[in-house]
Write a protein that binds this ligand. Sequence first.
Ligand code: ADP
Ligand code: MG
Length: 269
Amino acid sequence: MSVKIDIRNVRKEFRIRDTREPFTALAGTDLDVREGEFLTLVGPSGCGKSTLLDLIGGLTEPSGGEILIDGMPVSGPGLDRGVVFQQYALFPWRTARANVEFGLEAKGVPRAERAERARHHLDLVGLGGFEERYPHELSGGMRQRVAIARSLAFDPDVLLMDEPFAALDAQPRESLQEELLRIWEKTGKTVVFITHGIDEAVYLGQRVAVMTSRPGRIKEIVEVDFDTREGDLRAAPAFGEYRHHVWTLLRDEVAAAREQERKVAVGHG
Ligand code: ADP
Ligand code: MG
């Protein structure tokens, strides 16, 4: 299987006001994301997950190392990568359709094609019939569906998702997880999905990459392979085993992260 995103020894430092020492968020992160795979990324809060996703998205530049997509260094944001964040980031004065069309307008896609692509992608995320609703007329889950439709409308190869379902209640979250898997199977996109939910990571990911506490590196990659996706997967024994394995890996890192926070708080960080 070919490598889609090649993250090589990536380092990210931030300059913090009033301090001489740079703050190291990522130190020597290595990760290969395979073409067409669904990779989930978990790690303790503050370990550098969002920092890594922003780097893949080209929203920021690494302080060291490099990120290649299809063998080419990332040099900025691009339409080959769609990003979905936790916040809905929809324009409140635009309908669902007009929100999806927004980027297509900027790209100069003709009106009829824009409308067709918006309709198609809203349909794909299960929002057929809701095209003319405004964000305030939609539930949180539906708004996040619009955001996903908007990023899919560009037909990016890669979907980068930073805790996109974290603000949702359990029921809409689970139905969005199922929808996303269905879309992924249908479109063959490469997905990198950050979550702090172990269940979500195991349910969605073909592989779960577990990060260490800050400075984040990849601690272990867990291959998740279910015999079947039929029925209530979360209740299956295999699901529990994967879940426990990821939980064990995370537990030590969360403890380390707590200790770090404590040191920072007393001025030894
Ligand atoms: P995560 O998404 O895993 O919770 P982040 O990638 O957001 O963590 O942050 C990693 C670390 O880098 C955190 O300690 C955070 O406070 C710090 N950080 C993130 N962005 C910046 C920034 N722009 N300036 C300074 N520090 C930052
Ligand atoms: Mg984050």
